[in-house]
Unconditional design. Structure first.
Length: 127
């Protein structure tokens, strides 16, 4: 079998890695996918800011509360993913606006919702 080095014979433009912005526009990074996966376990209550009484009750009884992600971009992704895990495509408009304001695109929203709905459907079939 012969070896052909196409990098030397083909135009150089074909072998350049895509820019980071182009990769981000097509999908999510590994970190972002991990946030989506972790959001599966979060309750809708994790989207609300706990009040003074709720924090006191948690301190007394030692209940665990989900903490928001420190990065605002990843938190917007987590919030959208939590809604998608619980309500599929029924996401509040304010959360979609927050998702877009964080720098995500409509294609990424569609990818997120499609991925989560497939996973939800696969989980139901296994049960």
């Amino acid at each position: 079998m012969a070896y052909v080095n196409f990098a030397e014979t083909a135009p150089a433009l074909l072998f350049h890695a895509p820019a980071r912005e182009q990769v981000r526009a097509r999908g999510f990074s590994a970190l972002e996918w991990s946030v989506v996966a972790l959001a599966r376990r979060d309750s809708l209550g994790s989207l609300r800011t706990p009040g003074r009484i709720a924090r006191a009750m948690a301190a007394v009884f030692g209940t665990r509360s989900e903490n928001p992600v420190a990065d605002p971009r990843l938190e917007a992704l987590r919030r959208t993913a939590v809604h998608a895990w619980h309500h599929s495509f029924a996401i509040p408009e304010t959360e979609i606006e927050r998702f877009y304001a964080a720098g995500f695109s409509p294609d990424q929203l569609q990818l997120l919702l499609t991925s989560i709905s497939r996973d939800r459907a696969a989980g139901r079939r296994k049960a």
